[in-house]
Design a protein around this ligand. Sequence first.
Ligand SMILES: Nc1nc(=O)c(N)c(NC[C@H](O)[C@H](O)[C@H](O)COP(=O)(O)O)[nH]1
Ligand SMILES: [Zn+2]
Length: 196
Amino acid sequence: STSPHIPYLKQCLSLAEQSPPRPTNFRVGAVLLSRKDNDPTFTDDRILSTGYTMELAGNTHAEQCCFSNYAAVHKVPDDQVGEVLPVEPGRKLIMYVTMEPCGKRLSGNAPCVQRITRTAEGEREGIHKVYFGVKEPGTFVGESEGCRMLTQAGIDWEHVGGLEREILTVAFAGHENAAEEVRAALGEKETNVDDI
Ligand SMILES: Nc1nc(=O)c(N)c(NC[C@H](O)[C@H](O)[C@H](O)COP(=O)(O)O)[nH]1
Ligand SMILES: [Zn+2]
């Protein structure tokens, strides 16, 4: 049986496919939900928001749009989204993203890990756990920092395998040599001539 996380990653992948292809980033999709504790089949999940790369104006990331969409619905500025996310006993806030949240961005804009950690303030736990389908490839920032930074902030995370090829194919679509980058990111060795 497939993991119960897979349908959510597939929903994130559908979101990512709506992102305009660019050589300067990855096409990513994100879903934010509230989950009841000890609910192994996720029957009582409540979707709170979704987002995809460049859904909103400017050089925006999927996770950023997901939070920004929620903040807009609740009529607060983006940096106050933590104050309007639901705090409900016996429920946790969960984020699904096709790709590991960024710890550093070439543009210098606030990385998504920072946006995630900032949802916790005072009594509010904020985001409890992040599930993603691939670690960030080294294309832009080399060794990814996202997971280490989440751990440092006390936020749990988990890589859910099974959709890597699909997720990377969508993510790299705007890149010059997308197919080769997907293969490299999948860790497939180049087949050089003397190996044939
Ligand atoms: N998790 C994630 N969600 C996204 O929506 C997205 N576009 C990236 N991409 C990560 C990549 O590291 C940055 O896109 C580059 O570092 C360029 O930085 P900018 O995006 O221009 O700030 N990562
Ligand atoms: Zn990001």
